[in-house]
Design a protein around this ligand. Structure first.
Ligand code: ZN
Ligand code: ZN
Length: 418
């Protein structure tokens, strides 16, 4: 009898892939002995998922439950499903997932789908499917946004994604180059990834420490097409790198991560801002975004490409027009220096300063875990079914920290820490 192994593209180094799996379990999740793990991934990422399961059980996992998606099956819906299908979502599944989270199951998401999968599909159907899914997913998202449990997102270099990042290359070369970029950004090409992550987390902590001392009332972004004042929530706290979930486990929710981030004030954002990189949202590309805020709310929104999808996103609910996150990333970050556009938020948001529409993170408040939803809202925290990051940073962006008395402190100059 032979054990079936899925074919691993020869372009992907098996040693580094195994280190990525180990880093996901030891650094990303810091999975605890006896803890269960719920895992989602595209079918193409099976070689990584199998290694993750091995490392999870070696670390003492109780039960690893994987859940796969498949691009062809997603497309089959758009080709053949009845119209009513686009308002459906597996609420029963997400309720089960929420229940698992409330019983301390850890959450791992492997990303790697073709970012342009749905680019040719009807934006109205894409918007409806996305809204139905966001609504059904809400019970589970609440526990992720509230940081109830340790969770992590990381990436697998699937062929369909690689071909979008390196459109001129043959498939094997494209996969090899994307794999290399993912391994480098995830710090698993270094001899001791666990030690490298500890050092990286220390560096991020010194940035959040300084920002938390400053207690800025607002940040002001200026650059080409951008003059934006982002008020910061009352009692906001800057976060970055490793942090501790409510279940007491210290994890790194994103691999890679280069950002420090906090909660903007949902009612104190004013001015206009232009995106500096395209945004891939659930298989559609939105590019050349320019929006104007008044009193925290987007009152005007345009996009050079994907404007219909952008407008659908903004119509999701009242909070979709307001900010839930502001994040600082220097232009010299390793992911930015790679010069690549990944069409994937996990990577592109770590190459540039960004803001996110929608739901805020309660961990980005001082004592956030003990605040009620009403208290969070009163302090300026935003609520929404969506959380969508888009990039506004570049080497041309200056950022000032603004104190309540109007005093200004340079934070970024020409895209770098001042
Ligand atoms: Zn972010
Ligand atoms: Zn975000």
């Amino acid at each position: 009898m032979t054990i079936h192994q899925p074919p691993l593209a020869p372009a992907i180094d098996p040693v580094l892939l195994d280190r990525l799996a180990e880093t996901a379990i030891r650094v990303g999740l810091n999975l605890q002995p006896g803890q269960d793990l719920f895992l989602t991934a595209p079918m193409a990422a099976l070689p990584l998922v199998r290694r993750i399961a091995e490392h999870a059980y070696k670390a003492g996992a109780g039960l690893v439950t994987p859940f796969f998606s498949d691009e062809e099956i997603t497309l089959a819906r758009y080709r053949y499903a009845a119209d009513a299908s686009f308002d459906r979502a597996p609420g029963w599944l997400y309720q089960g997932v929420a229940k698992a989270f409330s019983e301390n199951t850890a959450r791992l998401a492997v990303v790697g789908d073709n970012p342009m999968l749905l680019a040719q599909e009807d934006p109205a159907k894409v918007g409806r499917a996305s809204k139905a899914n966001s609504q059904a997913y809400q019970p589970a998202l609440e526990k992720i946004a509230g940081f109830d449990i340790n969770w992590n997102i990381l990436a697998y270099p699937s062929a369909s994604w690689a071909k979008q990042v390196f459109p001129g290359e043959p498939e094997e070369i494209a996969v090899a180059r994307l794999a290399q970029a993912i391994f480098a950004a995830s710090r698993v090409d270094l001899d001791d990834p666990v030690a490298a992550w500890a050092a990286h987390n220390t560096g991020l902590r010194s940035r959040t420490g300084w920002l938390n001392q400053q207690r800025f009332h607002a940040l002001h972004f200026s650059g080409p097409g951008t003059s934006l004042t982002v008020g910061l929530a009352d009692g906001h706290e800057w976060q970055g790198g490793a942090s501790t979930a409510r279940n007491g486990v210290t994890c790194n929710p994103n691999i890679p991560t280069e950002e420090v981030f906090t909660t903007p004030h949902a009612r104190r954002v004013d001015g206009h801002v232009r995106s500096t990189k395209p945004l891939s949202h659930q298989g559609s590309l939105i590019d050349g975004i320019s929006v104007r805020f008044e009193g925290g709310r987007i009152v005007e929104a345009h996009a050079g490409r994907g404007e219909a999808v952008l407008h659908k996103v903004l119509e999701t609910d009242e909070g979709a027009r307001r900010l839930g996150e502001v994040a600082l990333v220097p232009h010299s970050s390793p992911i930015s220096k790679s010069g690549l556009l990944f069409f994937n938020t996990l990577f592109d948001e770590n190459a540039a300063c960004h803001i996110a529409l929608g739901q805020c993170y309660s961990k980005c408040f001082v004592d956030g875990a003990s605040l009620s939803p009403e208290q969070l809202a009163a302090q300026g925290g935003n609520t929404s079914l969506i959380h969508i990051d888009w990039m506004i940073g570049s080497e041309e962006i200056d950022i000032d920290g603004v104190h309540e008395d109007g005093r200004r402190v340079p934070v970024f100059r020409k895209g770098e820490w001042a």
